[in-house]
Design a protein around this ligand. Structure first.
Ligand code: ASP
Length: 437
């Protein structure tokens, strides 16, 4: 299909007519930008509401038989402003009337939520002079509401093949019965990735309100440097710990064919942003690419002499967590002990029960729990080949008088996970950052 860039714009990038103008500038300044994926209008200022949240609220009120006009009027104002200010040739009143009618008459939660993207797509297509393509005919879900990646891929390639410029609203698709199904919140990022994969784009640009990822959380490290390049795998390791610029599932569709993602800032279009590239790309690294982390874990440490000689020991131990519906984050071990690291919120009211069950089922010598633990992931593709990285990390922690409680070298060989007490979390991140930047 030639040189194609798929561009996705987030909610704040399309929050009002002024933002629409910036988006048009960006799209029209490069004719490779052939397919545009919009979110619903987001917040215009702090304290403002996202249209998607307003739609969910309309659904909630309607499903309880309550009047939702007040909330619906806020939505109406948002689209009317955009349409009027940009002088668009769209019967926005008519579309809104139909949607309002459908919500009043029992439309589903997903249908209701998806209308934010749908309407923004109609307005944007008109403004850009691009074809509007409804994702209900493009993005396919099965009867259980699961995304059908392989059928969607062929469907997208086929249906978009002869379209030179199109707008495909983000966030939703439909099942075999034509019922609208949405991705999880923030899912327009996934739509963009799916379209980029389907048309075999050369690049997937994801435009938002920050100039890419920062090496560390700016609330902790005020002047944290931006990340120029990060690989898909590194980003997974970082996003797992909570760096919510991009929906974590948005990597998978483009990963298949190694299409890079460029995170860009609609309000600072000259900034290069962060490039997310294939793991095989020959990219240099300073040693570490990013630092992220999360507080509030509990470590359950189980001791038993000769545990490794009991063939069923680990299975039994893990089944206690499985049957209590708990996700295990990490399991560092030594010869006669194993630690199970879980999120505190998951075990809070079940901890006693779990310990009792481990006692009954595994018959350990001792069980000790350590609450209030934080985990920090130091991630870097260059780590395996560079000497002295861990020395630098741990001497930085030591200099800041931080006690390291746990160390896991990730099996991906591109991260080191460090457990510290919650109270040392910010200080630990700041001191590791300082040691490298
Ligand atoms: N509008 C949806 C949300 O707020 C999807 C998205 O913006 O990606 O979650």
């Amino acid at each position: 299909m030639g040189d194609i860039t798929v561009v996705k714009f987030g909610g704040s990038s399309l929050a009002d007519s002024n933002q629409f103008k910036k988006v048009k500038e960006i799209v029209t300044s490069d004719n490779r930008r052939k397919f545009v994926v919009p979110s619903a209008p987001g917040k215009r200022y702090k304290g403002d509401h996202k249209v998607t949240d307003l739609l969910y609220m309309c659904y909630q009120l309607a499903s309880h038989g309550l009047n939702f006009d007040e909330v619906f009027n806020l939505i109406k104002d948002r689209y009317t402003e955009i349409s009027k200010e940009l002088d668009l040739d769209v019967d926005i009143e008519g579309f809104l009337k139909e949607i309002r009618y459908n919500i009043s008459n029992g439309a589903s939660r997903d249908y209701t939520a998806s209308r934010g993207e749908y309407l923004n797509g109609i307005l944007l297509a008109n403004y850009l002079g691009f074809e509007f393509i409804d994702p209900k005919d493009l993005i396919l879900f099965d009867e259980d509401g699961n995304f059908n990646a392989s059928n969607t891929e062929s469907n997208v390639s086929e249906k978009l093949e002869n379209i030179s410029n199109g707008v495909v609203p983000g966030f939703y698709g439909a099942n075999g019965n034509g019922e609208i199904i949405t991705f999880s919140r923030g899912g327009s990022d996934i739509t963009g990735s799916v379209i980029a994969n389907g048309v075999r784009a050369d690049l997937y640009e994801n435009w938002t309100d920050v100039s890419g990822f920062l090496v560390a959380d700016p609330n902790i490290v005020v002047d944290a440097e931006p990340m120029d390049i990060v690989t898909y795998r590194e980003l997974r390791e970082l996003s797992y710990m909570g760096a919510p610029v991009l929906h974590e599932e948005a990597i998978f569709p483009v990963k298949k064919h190694g299409i890079p993602i460029n995170i860009r800032n609609t309000n600072e279009p000259l900034d290069k942003g962060t490039m997310i590239v294939d793991d095989e790309s020959p990219v240099k690294s300073k040693g570490i690419t990013g630092i992220s982390g999360k507080k509030d874990f509990v470590v359950i440490s189980v001791e038993k002499t000769m545990m490794t000689l009991e063939k069923d020991f680990f299975r039994k131990l893990i089944s206690v967590f499985e049957t209590n519906d708990i996700f295990i984050e990490h399991m560092p071990s030594s010869i006669d002990s194993i630690s199970i690291v879980v999120q505190a919120s998951q075990v809070s009211h079940k901890l006693k029960k779990i310990i009792e069950e481990i006692r009954i089922f595994c018959n350990p010598d001792n069980i000790v729990t350590y609450p209030d633990m934080a985990l920090i992931a130091v991630v870097g593709r260059g780590m395996i080949r560079t000497k002295g990285i861990s020395a630098k990390i741990f001497s930085a922690l030591e200099k800041s008088s931080i006690n390291t409680r746990m160390i896991v070298q990730g099996s991906s060989e591109l991260n080191i996970i460090i457990g510290v007490e919650n109270k040392d979390f910010d200080k630990a991140i700041a001191s590791i950052y300082k040691a490298f930047y």
